[in-house]
Design a protein around this ligand. Structure first.
Ligand SMILES: *[C@@H]1O[C@H](CO)[C@@H](O)[C@H](O)[C@H]1NC(C)=O
Ligand SMILES: *[C@@H]1O[C@H](CO)[C@@H](O)[C@H](O)[C@H]1NC(C)=O
Ligand SMILES: *[C@@H]1O[C@H](CO)[C@@H](O)[C@H](O)[C@H]1NC(C)=O
Ligand SMILES: *[C@@H]1O[C@H](CO)[C@@H](O)[C@H](O)[C@H]1NC(C)=O
Ligand SMILES: *[C@@H]1O[C@H](CO)[C@@H](O)[C@H](O)[C@H]1NC(C)=O
Ligand SMILES: *[C@@H]1O[C@H](CO)[C@@H](O)[C@H](O)[C@H]1NC(C)=O
Ligand SMILES: *[C@@H]1O[C@H](CO)[C@@H](O)[C@H](O)[C@H]1NC(C)=O
Ligand SMILES: *[C@@H]1O[C@H](CO)[C@@H](O)[C@H](O)[C@H]1NC(C)=O
Ligand SMILES: *[C@@H]1O[C@H](CO)[C@@H](O)[C@H](O)[C@H]1NC(C)=O
Ligand SMILES: *[C@@H]1O[C@H](CO)[C@@H](O)[C@H](O)[C@H]1NC(C)=O
Ligand SMILES: *[C@@H]1O[C@H](CO)[C@@H](O)[C@H](O)[C@H]1NC(C)=O
Ligand SMILES: *[C@@H]1O[C@H](CO)[C@@H](O)[C@H](O)[C@H]1NC(C)=O
Length: 407
């Protein structure tokens, strides 16, 4: 009896495991990830303080994903997918550092490049939310204060924070003149070898084709009594970007409590001819007001409609890498909802985004949810089945009794 029960449980878990495997879109791709700071910069040459170029090589079976994080100008991350495991990055440091950007960062061989795109954090907007609507699109221009230009921030040296084993780095910057504020804009960068999920909220899924950026605004000095902040992002690609952000329902909020949506900005645009590889920027529409958040510190975020911009963003990396007709799109992210506390309540705001190539990771029902569903739906179903069979047998018996009596 007990072995039968045990066998039953084993097979139940086997079935659950299989469904989780199928439904969870388990992705077996692994890449060999290595990090290098300032590639090709040979001593005694050094980068000036605050200029960092982190190169991540993520080598697959037949391909390499190069990820570059750079703080020359506005902080930027560039993804380059090549169809070779031998491709490499070449930086002409003399030209790059003298702001003679064009062509100073290249991939070799050039023909191996399949796809490139960049995400740049350009500005932090501050606005006076007098009527506490938290919707900057309703506000007149006069409500917006002079923005913080992230290109003018002074960045800390990455060499203190790069973790070569866990493939992470932290980049922090301050406004050089500290005219408005002594606050900082920081980002935590992570690259991944394989499929997984970050522990810290919003616990985004990731895979070996993606990397994650968590950005936060710490101790900004609000310039009005009802200040809120918004973040301006620019995305650059030779293929163009879709001029909309898709918001998908996410069925599972187990990992990001109270958030049932995921926002995706896909590229290339629909009318691009070479749509063989696609990239994405994915986030959950939530921000957190504390570094170690509890549910009450979660606040929604919304995006403005992406717009085409005539100029490339002020990032040394983007200006150095994209030499041809790259197109730039931008959008603003704003945080909180009407009636919410203002930024000054915690003086902290963090938001997390995933950039990658291929198809964006998708949440599926987790094992816990499946077990709950199995118990919740399975028990009544079993009862109905067992009851049905019982009723059938009884009926058969009665029928045969009835036939017998007729006979
Ligand atoms: C980081 O780089 C700077 C120069 O860019 C150098 O002065 C400093 O010693 C380096 N720090 C470490 C920990 O390597
Ligand atoms: C790598 O390339 C070989 C030969 O072109 C192909 O058979 C194999 O499926 C490729 N592997 C992956 C993971 O794409
Ligand atoms: C900029 O770089 C290009 C090619 O690397 C070079 O031909 C040109 O002389 C440089 N210009 C300046 C002002 O350094
Ligand atoms: C890589 O792609 C280029 C075209 O983009 C092609 O010419 C080349 O043969 C490809 N290399 C491999 C190893 O598949
Ligand atoms: C705030 O609300 C008042 C009254 O409803 C309105 O007159 C004013 O235009 C609003 N201000 C802004 C900036 O929306
Ligand atoms: C930021 O830097 C640019 C170029 O160096 C300069 O034109 C602009 O005035 C600066 N903005 C601020 C707010 O300091
Ligand atoms: C920034 O810090 C300095 C020194 O601590 C202080 O004098 C200055 O007032 C601060 N500025 C702002 C905008 O808080
Ligand atoms: C950023 O990363 C560092 C090192 O991994 C970690 O200690 C810190 O908590 C992270 N910060 C945030 C806001 O996630
Ligand atoms: C901010 O609030 C304080 C106290 O409520 C008030 O004295 C001050 O005038 C307000 N400042 C602005 C810019 O509204
Ligand atoms: C897509 O097509 C539209 C209209 O034909 C054009 O204006 C736009 O530039 C195209 N986008 C790209 C990335 O080619
Ligand atoms: C972001 O918002 C500011 C203020 O409304 C606006 O000036 C700017 O054009 C917006 N940027 C984008 C990319 O929509
Ligand atoms: C990751 O990228 C590789 C190379 O383009 C592709 O074959 C694979 O399907 C991608 N995986 C996912 C989950 O997008």
């Amino acid at each position: 009896m007990s072995t039968a029960v045990a066998r039953c449980f084993v097979s139940l878990f086997f079935i659950l495991d299989c469904t989780n495997g199928f439904m969870g879109n388990e992705d077996a791709l692994r890449r060999k990830v290595s990090l290098e700071l300032n590639p090709g910069l040979k001593p005694p040459s050094t980068a000036p303080p605050g200029v960092n170029l982190l190169h991540v090589r993520a080598v697959g079976d037949n391909d390499t994903l190069h990820i570059l994080l750079c703080s020359l100008g506005a902080p930027a991350v560039l993804l380059v997918h090549t169809n070779s495991t031998e491709s490499s990055v070449h930086v002409d440091w003399a030209a790059f550092l003298s702001h003679n950007y064009s062509g100073s960062i290249q991939m070799a061989p050039k023909s191996s490049v399949q796809y490139s795109s960049a995400l740049v954090f350009t500005r932090v907007w501050e606005y006076d939310d007098v009527n506490n609507t938290a919707d900057p699109q309703d506000l007149p221009d006069s409500s917006f204060l002079q923005p913080y230009e992230l290109q003018n921030f002074t960045w800390a040296d990455l060499n203190k924070s790069v973790d070569y084993t866990h493939h992470t780095a932290q980049l922090c910057g301050r406004e050089s003149s500290a005219v408005f504020s002594n606050g900082s804009f920081c980002l935590n960068f992570s690259a991944f070898e394989s499929h997984g999920r970050e522990e810290a909220w919003p616990s985004l899924l990731h895979n070996a084709n993606s990397s994650q950026l968590r950005v936060w605004l710490d101790h900004m000095t609000p310039r009005t009594n009802k200040s809120r902040f918004a973040l301006e992002l620019h995305a650059v690609s030779e293929e163009g970007f879709q001029n909309r952000v898709d918001v998908h329902r996410s069925i599972d909020d187990e990992y990001t409590p109270s958030i049932f949506q995921v926002s995706q900005w896909m590229f290339p645009s629909a009318n691009s001819t070479s749509a063989s590889t696609q990239g994405y920027i994915q986030w959950k529409p939530v921000a957190y007001r504390k570094p170690m958040p509890v549910l009450e510190d979660a606040t929604p975020c919304r995006h403005s409609q992406p717009v085409h911009l005539p100029q490339a963003p002020p990032s040394g990396l983007v200006l150095a890498y994209f030499t041809q007709q790259a197109s730039t799109h931008g959008l603003n992210l704003s945080f909180s909802m009407a009636g919410d506390l203002f930024y000054s309540s915690t003086s902290f705001l963090s938001w997390t985004v995933l950039v990658g190539i291929g198809s964006p990771p998708a949440d599926f029902f987790s094992l816990l949810v499946i077990v709950i569903m199995a118990v919740g739906l399975g028990t009544p179903l079993t009862l109905i089945l067992v009851g049905g069979v019982y009723v059938c047998i009884q009926k058969k018996k009665q029928d045969s009794v009835a036939y017998e009596s007729i006979n």
